[in-house]
Design a protein around this ligand. Sequence first.
Ligand code: GLP
Length: 244
Amino acid sequence: TIFSNQVAASKAVARRIADLILARQQTGEQAVLGLATGVTPIQVYQELVRLHLEEGLSFKNVVTFNLDEYYPMQPDAEQSYVSFMNKHLFDHIDIDKANVHIPDGALSREKVEAFCLAYEQKISAYKGLDIQLLGIGRTGHIGFNEPGSAPNSGTRLVTLNDLTRSDASRDFGGKENVPTKAITMGVGTIFKAREIILMAWNAKKASIIKKAVEGEISADVPATFLQLSDNVEFILDTGAASEL
Ligand code: GLP
C-alpha cells in the first residue's frame, strides 16, 4: 500500500493496532505485538500515545516482543532499544511492564543461547504474534537478520554487517562504538506472526524496497523471504515506492 506521506501511513498502521487491541478487549483476550525500533516506526508509536492520551486507548491487555537488541548493551544505556522503546512508547502508555519483552543485551555470553530459546518459547506460549512491525535496513535486513540469514532462523546472536554499523554510527558517536553483534528474532520467528507489516519511508529506501519486493528470493537480501508469506503487507510512502 502506497501512501502519499509517512504521517498518513503511520496513522493507518496505528489505527490497525488500536483496532486489534480494542477487539481483544471485547473478548477479554490479550493482543500480542511484535515491535521494531529505528526511525521508521516512531510516528506509529507517537500516534498510539496520542490514542492513549486523547482517546483513552488502554494497553493493559497488550503484550509486546521487540525484534532485537544490540549485544553487548546495557538496558539503561541511551542507545539501547530498551531506552528507545521507553522513550517513544512505553513511558507514555498504561502497559504493564511485565508484559514487555526485549532481548537482553546485558547477558553473559554463555547465557545467550538459553535466553534466545526461552524468547521463542515465550512467543509460542502466547500462541504467536498477532502483528509484527518491521522496518528494513539498507542491507535488506529485517530485525537484525543480515544477509546470509536462513528463512527458518530463530532468535539468536548475530554479527552485524558493516553497512548496518555505519548506519548506526550517528547514534553511537562513531562506528567504532557500535556493537559488533545483536540478538534478533529470526526470519522464521517473524514468519510465524499472523500479520507482518513492513514500513519504509523516503527515497533512500527505494532501491532496497525494489529488491525486497521484486528481486529474486535469496538470503543475500533477507527481506526477499517476505515474498514467501501470504500475511505480509508493505506500507510505503511515495519515496520508498519510487523504484517499484
Ligand atoms: C535497525 C533495526 C531494524 C530497522 C533498521 C532500519 O537496524 N534493528 O529493525 O528496521 O534499523 O532503521 P530505520 O528505521 O532507522 O531506517
